[in-house]
Design a protein around this ligand. Structure first.
Ligand code: PLP
Length: 319
């Protein structure tokens, strides 16, 4: 590890540092994750004024890196943020974080914050945006036991922040609604939560999109008021490839409660089975056959070279 240099013209990583728990890129330097910190006056911290994206690494390769970079750019544009780096530079930094950590399976986050306007100014246009990144061990939204038996999902009374206020399509840290909903669900003995839109439709949960296989056997996922998850997109593509009917449209809470099957989609674990909604079993209460097929296909697709990019290849291509 001694000869590792970063991919931009910033300072090299410290060779003696311990990166086993993860590596971060902060202020133009690579540091062990435990040492990564941001200025307290950064509006990313003070105002949740930031956007981000998360791409995973599985078996030494990024999964759908191009799609994550594309969404990151779109999020930046929606929030008038600029990473100040090309896609190749961002990819190189992410790959270097993964390489430093030595991880073969990683959760890799890229972030742009507003930064801080000059003292005395409250004009966000005068702030110099900041780019941060880190790689840590792969994050599962559901643990192994939960994935085997399926999750108990609570439909929360907490309303998701309307997209007219904070555009849900731009990945953001406005999570108080998700966190309060999750706390309520955990207190009630459930595993996780999905929020509603105030009109009786479910939207999304803390870090995932939601699907159900309704009473007619159609896969349904909310169309609006949600992050356009890259895993959600993968599910839609898998359904097409497998010839399974799927509709993206408003999903009433009652339809989810009456579904045969349900599952979540997230970079934090792919397709995650749900077997109970509000404590009541769906169907026979076991992980459904369509869900099982999609879980299997999701991991199979990781071997498709059109969807995966080896971390080594990114490093070699880096400037
Ligand atoms: N919805 C929200 C609010 C999220 O934070 C996430 C991921 O973190 C998702 C959906 C799922 O998106 P993806 O499949 O790209 O991980």
């Amino acid at each position: 590890m001694a000869s590792i240099m970063n991919t931009t013209n910033h300072a090299p990583a410290s060779p003696a540092a311990d990166y086993a728990q993860g590596a971060a890129y902060v202020g133009g330097r690579y540091v062990p994750i435990g040492e990564a910190s941001i200025p307290i006056t950064d509006w990313g911290f003070l105002r949740s004024d930031a956007t981000y994206d998360v791409v995973t690494v599985w078996d030494g390769a990024f999964f759908r890196l191009a799609e994550h970079l594309q969404r990151f750019r779109a999020s930046c544009a929606r929030f008038r943020l600029d990473p100040g780096l090309t896609d190749a530079q961002i990819s190189g930094i992410l790959a270097r974080c993964v390489r430093l950590s030595g991880l073969r399976a990683a959760y890799v986050e890229m972030i742009v914050t507003r930064g801080q306007p000059p003292w005395g100014s409250r004009d966000p246009r005068q702030a110099v945006n900041r780019f941060y990144a880190f790689a840590v061990p792969y994050v599962w939204i559901a643990n192994e036991a939960q994935r085997a038996r399926g999750l108990d999902l609570r439909i929360s009374g907490v309303q998701r922040i309307p997209s007219a206020s904070v555009d849900a399509r731009a990945k953001n840290y406005h999570w108080n609604d998700l966190t309060m909903g999750l706390l309520g669900a955990l207190d009630a003995g459930a595993d996780t939560v999905v929020l509603t839109d105030g009109a009786g439709h479910v939207v999304e949960g803390p870090g995932f999109n939601v699907f159900c296989v309704n009473a007619e056997g159609v896969i349904v996922t909310p169309a609006a008021g949600v992050l356009e998850g890259v895993t959600r997109r993968t599910v839609i593509e898998m359904a097409q490839a497998l010839g399974l009917p799927l509709q993206a449209r408003a999903l009433p809470a009652a339809e989810l409660r009456g579904a045969r099957e349900a599952f979540l989609s997230s970079s934090g674990g792919g397709v995650l089975p749900v077997t109970r909604v509000d404590g009541v079993p769906l169907g026979d209460g076991r992980v459904g056959p369509i869900t099982q097929r999609l879980v299997q296909t999701y991991w199979d697709w990781h071997r498709d070279p059109r969807l995966s990019t080896a971390v080594d290849d990114v490093l070699q291509a880096s400037p």
